[in-house]
Each structure stands twice: as C-alpha cells, then as structure tokens.
Design a protein around this ligand. Sequence first.
Ligand code: NAD
Length: 361
Amino acid sequence: MNAPVAREKLAVSELSVFDHPEFKNHEQVIFGHDAASGLRTIIAVHDTRLGPALGGCRMWAYKNDAQALTDALRLSRGMTYKNSLAGLDLGGGKAVIIADPRTGKTDAMLAAFGRQVDRLAGTYITAEDVGISSKDMEIVAGETRYARGTKATGLGDPSPYTALGVFIGLKAAVAHYFGSDDLTGRIVAIQGLGHVGMYLAEDLHNAGARLVVADIHTPSVERAVSEFGARSVDPKTIHTVEADVFAPCALGAGLNDGTIPELGAPVVAGAANNQLAEERRHGEELKKRGILYAPDYAINAGGVISIALAQPGTGDAKVRDKVVAIGQTLTHIFERAAALDLPTQTVADQIAEERLALATR
Ligand code: NAD
C-alpha cells in the first residue's frame, strides 16, 4: 500500500484553473484519479499546434493540489517552447503525480497513470522526469503506446544526449564570445556532476578543457578529480570561480540576485532547467553585465530530442544530427540577440513563438 502524501486542505476557491497566473492559454488540463491505487495526477496540455504534446511525468510530494497544478502548468508551457525551438513537430505538455517518489510509488499507481495517458489517445505523450525512472516508464508503457524514454520505445536514458547538446552548445557560446570554439586550455566550472554533468565533464576533458567541479555528492567529485584531473571547490563557491565558462548542471534558479554579481565566468552554458530565478529580470541583468547566457531550454534539449526522434532498432544517427544542430540554434540566438540588443532568453522565446505562429493545425 502506498504511503499517502501529507496534504494541506485548501478552500475550494483557492484552486482556480482558468484564472491561474500560469494558465496561459492551456488547451487542456486533466485531473486524473484512481481510487484503487491512490493515483492523483494532473496532465497539462499547453499547445498542440506543432503536434502532440510531449513532456515528462514528474512525481513529487506536493503539499497541496495548487502546488501540483502550478508545477504542471509551468512545466507544460516550458515544453511548448523547448520543443518548438528544438525544431520538433511536437507540442508541449507535462504530467505530475502527487506522491512521494521514495515512499509512495507503486506499480499499480504507475499503471493507472498509463491508463489515464491512454485515454487522451495521443494528444499527450509522456516520458520520465524527476521522480520517475526509465523502469517506471516501462510500467506506464505497459498500458499505453503514448509513453517514451524506455529501451523498447527508443534509446533509453536521455542524459548522454542532453550532455552532447550541452557540449556542442557550450562550444557555440565559446566561439561567439572568444572567437574560436577550441576548448584547449579553457577553464570550465561545472556545478553538479550527476547524470548530465559527469558526461559533460568527460567530453570537456577529452576536448582539452581544464575543469573545476563541485557537487554535494563527494564520490562524484572524487571521480572527476581522478578521471579528468579536475580541481574541486566548495559547492557554495563554484559560481565565483574565475573561469571561461560556468556550467550549471545541478538545480534550477542558480542565477539570481545573490549569484549573478559574483559570477566568475563571462559565459554561462549548462544543463540545468530554469536557471534564471526570474526569467526576464535576471536575463536582462546578465546582459547588462556582458555575460553571455546560453538559454537553458535551448542548450538542454538533447534529451527531449532523443525521446522524440528515437525509433527502436534504428540507431541514433538521426538523433545525434538533431542534437548537434543545437549549436546552430544557439549561434543564431546569440547573433540575433547582439543585433537587436536583447537578452538571449528573450530572443529564444521569440524564435519559439515565431515557429508556433506559423504552425497550422
Ligand atoms: P542529477 O540529479 O543526476 O544530477 C544533479 C547533480 O547535482 C547531483 O549529482 C547532485 O548531487 C548535484 N547537486 C545538487 N545540489 C547541488 C549543489 N547545491 N551544488 C552542486 N551540486 C549539486 O540530474 P541530471 O539528470 O544530471 O540533471 C541535471 C540538471 O539538468 C537538472 O536541472 C535537470 O532538470 C536538467 N536536465 C536534465 C536532463 C537529462 O536528460 N537528465 C535534460 C534536460 C535538463
């Protein structure tokens, strides 16, 4: 039996959907429930102008339904922009399951989620996200053909493709800022050596870069020090290290009022989602300081590209080509931002919106 999440009761009037500040023209918001397994899920479909809405499923011990709804809406709209900018013929959506992934996850709940996704008949395609593994997705995929990110549906773990895209995007940023994409001797400060950060460290090391690393998980730091000759620093100071590039590959909101004035590198290019604590204000702040920022959802799209384009048994050549194109997308963003004197994040949004506006249903 799954452990129920400690829930805060809300007054019914507190859970507005159409008037929610993050609603932003969502096409569908589905609240799904399964009494037998205890599944509580919200599936948000933001925009299907480019194609079916693709976005992962997050399992989290949300304190209340309002918090879960906010996350689903915000993440789902983010996928519309990410998929559009990556040139995929897919719209944006996201699902959340209200449960603690460590104590509340059951096979029955995952299967019930799969049936909820199946009822949408392909309007929404799911995959793994925080709290949901590739193994969990296999259970979901047992109930619906609209699940991706498993070995049976494609290439499995998307992290190596995310890391490849970040590596290519980081080189594009270095080329734009320094005039050459040669990484020999360039210093890169990596924050977070998880699934993506470790692959990135390896690629950068092989390309001749010098690494400074930080992670709260000591064995990962030890590995990067011994295998890639990295220098390790306190996680609290990694953003201040004097380097050519700062690569945030841990959690979101790392670029904020506290850290931006302390940044030690003129280029920020990393995998983390939602790096800017406040998109508009902190994007402008980085620009004002002459720091070149590779917009997070442009540089970290390799994973979603692998999930979207992989076909079982066909290899990964097509996926790799599209991931490598992230470099051109970023160069285009940097050049247009310079020409228009705009923050790079604003330009990324413009390009994504232009493609959406051209889409016919
Ligand atoms: P992960 O959980 O495997 O790795 C995150 C790492 O950051 C862990 O090693 C953790 O110990 C470390 N960390 C946490 N707090 C830290 C801190 N304060 N300072 C330094 N290190 C810290 O996650 P991941 O899959 O490697 O993803 C990294 C980031 O990239 C996340 O923001 C994720 O949303 C984003 N992202 C990942 C993918 C993917 O394919 N995995 C795709 C797109 C975006």
